[in-house]
Design a protein around this ligand. Structure first.
Ligand code: HEC
Length: 138
């Protein structure tokens, strides 16, 4: 592909508002056509607020709202990863995605309960699910 046609493709996709030259914007709406790589970059930015919390930090109402949005986004991205990519992988891939789903549910339950200690534990199991899938598949 020539530089010129590449630039055209990039400006066209930018014009659509969802994707740029580097693929899906991490925080953009899911389109159903992202590569696994792009979904993982979104996964990283979505989960960051959860992983960035310091241990023992108070859980304010503002935190609860923001972290609920983060966990819901992780859940949505994970569902897309499982639906679109598990079929071409060994069954353990789906099992890791299910562990991550379980982790997000624990996080959401802890947030509903406004339980900072439970949130910390749930975030740890969430991170464990990222790590065990990466160990096998990344
Ligand atoms: C079901 C399996 C699975 C789970 C669960 C999973 N990942 Fe991934 N992740 C992968 C695979 C496979 C790759 C390599 C993808 C590629 O680059 O082709 C990857 C790559 C990545 C990358 C590198 C992106 C890149 O390709 O440069 C980041 C960052 C990442 N994952 C973050 C996360 C985070 C954060 C979580 C948990 C919240 C998570 N992942 C959960 C399978 C998973």
């Amino acid at each position: 592909m020539t530089v010129r046609s590449l630039l055209t493709v990039c400006s066209l996709t930018l014009g659509l508002g969802f994707v740029g030259c580097k693929g899906a914007k991490p925080d953009g709406p899911l389109t159903g056509t992202e590569s696994l790589h792009d979904l993982m970059e979104s996964m990283e930015s979505a989960s960051k607020p959860l992983f960035d919390r310091s241990a023992g930090a108070a859980l304010t109402d503002v935190d609860v709202t923001a972290l609920t949005a983060s966990a819901s986004r992780v859940q949505a991205i994970n569902a897309a990863v499982k639906t679109r990519f598990a079929g071409s992988k060994p069954p353990t891939f789906a099992a890791h995605a299910e562990q991550l789903e379980k982790g997000t549910q624990e996080v959401l339950a802890a947030l509903t309960a406004k339980d900072a200690a439970a949130l910390q534990a749930a975030t740890k199991s969430l991170g464990g699910a990222c790590g065990s899938c990466h160990k096998e598949f990344k």
